[in-house]
Design a protein around this ligand. Sequence first.
Ligand SMILES: NC(=O)c1ccc[n+]([C@@H]2O[C@H](COP(=O)([O-])OP(=O)(O)OC[C@H]3O[C@@H](n4cnc5c(N)ncnc54)[C@H](OP(=O)(O)O)[C@@H]3O)[C@@H](O)[C@H]2O)c1
Length: 246
Amino acid sequence: MSELSGKTALVTGSTTGIGRATAFALAARGATVVVTGRNAERGAEVVQKIQADGGSARFVAADLLNADDVARLVREAGDVDVLVNNAGVGSFGPSAGISVEQYDAMLDANVRAVYLLTTALAPTMAERGGGSVINVSSGAAQLGGAYNAVYGATKAAVGSLTRAWAAEYGPAGVRVNAVAPGPVLTSVPAEMLQGYVPITPLRRIARPEDVSEVIAFLAGPAGAFVSGATIPVDGGLTAAEALQPF
Ligand SMILES: NC(=O)c1ccc[n+]([C@@H]2O[C@H](COP(=O)([O-])OP(=O)(O)OC[C@H]3O[C@@H](n4cnc5c(N)ncnc54)[C@H](OP(=O)(O)O)[C@@H]3O)[C@@H](O)[C@H]2O)c1
């Protein structure tokens, strides 16, 4: 028996990047994965790869900026044991240049969708005896990066929600945790991230699998007594950055 056999995992933003790697990691541990995102073609590719590797998955298209779509995703996902709130959007630049539309998209994708999905699914996990919610935050929640203000605020909100929900749902057996990646090689061109290498103690940029393995740990029995935590997955970046001048 694999450690997540018989469990269903919903992974938002699993058509690419960290979410895609997470879908593979959870499927490899035996979970049936509900892959979701807006791009049906990429979603189908993820499902096909999981199935080709002997796993189980299906795709549900949904736009997390649309609350009705989120409600439909909840209905179509059915019983969920592991919820990974991974999808996120970021607009970066001088704060005064962030449009209301960009601001709303960051809040809606990074906070409201996490709130809607967790409050719909954590109570049903509780009714069935337990579950695990893993939210994807960011090192930007902790570091005051210029040009990161709104994005960082949404990710700080994710950390706060994580702690509050760990307290709220823990007595019913639902664990709620977060991971806080530093820069990860996904949709951002690798050249743009190279500047982080010399200030990262482990001297490289993360791969999506560096993050997905920690998410899989939090989803499974090895993480059975971890709740309310936000685990940095950043090669030591946030721990060390403040000391760089010395
Ligand atoms: N990459 C990094 O350096 C980094 C660092 C720290 C934290 N993070 C966080 O990690 C998470 C994943 O990041 P990533 O770099 O893997 O992202 P990515 O490669 O840009 O992929 C984003 C995913 O989110 C989905 N998505 C975006 N907008 C959506 C919407 N409106 N409705 C539904 N799905 C939507 C996309 O699917 P579709 O295109 O199919 O809709 C895609 O699967 C995010 O929360 C991000 O903030 C990333």
